[in-house]
Write a protein that binds this ligand. Sequence first.
Ligand SMILES: Cc1cc2nc3c(=O)[nH]c(=O)nc-3n(C[C@H](O)[C@H](O)[C@H](O)COP(=O)(O)O)c2cc1C
Length: 217
Amino acid sequence: MKVMAVNGSPRKTWNTATLLTKALEGATSQGAETELIHLYDLAFTGCTSCFACKTRDGKSYGRCAVKDGLMPILKKVEAAEALILGSPIYFGNVSGEMRSFLERLLFPYFTYTDPPQSLFPRKIATGFIYTMNVTEEMMKEWGYEQVFANNQRLLQMVFGSSESLWSCDTYQFRDYAKVVADRFDPEKKARRRREVFPRDCEKALAMGARIAQNGNK
Ligand SMILES: Cc1cc2nc3c(=O)[nH]c(=O)nc-3n(C[C@H](O)[C@H](O)[C@H](O)COP(=O)(O)O)c2cc1C
């Protein structure tokens, strides 16, 4: 059982990466082999609209034909039994790199038939972890849940099953005194980090274990 995680934050040890690492720990507890990929280590673009993946009788039908740093990762997904994505929220959506990754990951498997179908050859379990500055109330008020629901729907459609987890009001800066960010109360942020973030880590751990258990269902 191979469980892959993909980090859509440029930071390799911060909120998103920490939660993904916890999720992989959960997967390991179920006997899975795991790997964490950092998207910002790779040179790649979003979908180039070449349509090689949609060309009738084409040799790349159902597969992304773009040859860049993402190619080996997309191959690994083909062989994985579970996939966990993670992204910070940047201006109300996932990071640009995660967005580009999603285009390349999903579009080749997603057919323009009516109804749409998936060309992914198996069913695998997937999950998405989001981290953000806003509180849970603001997340709801600003419609972020719609973004999460849309990604969940697409992942379910292509891969079979998907669940979402979010961590709000994250600790963003190493030292709040050094940045111009008067909107945030550093003490409140530190308290949240101490008291709530560990609970989010537990949720990520449980999610990883569940996803590893559900593998190819
Ligand atoms: C370019 C940029 C845009 C951001 N936009 C938002 C936003 O729209 N909403 C939000 O809640 N947080 C926003 N944030 C904060 C991050 O989502 C938050 O700090 C996140 O936990 C960072 O993840 P990381 O620690 O894994 O890098 C933004 C951060 C950056 C750098």
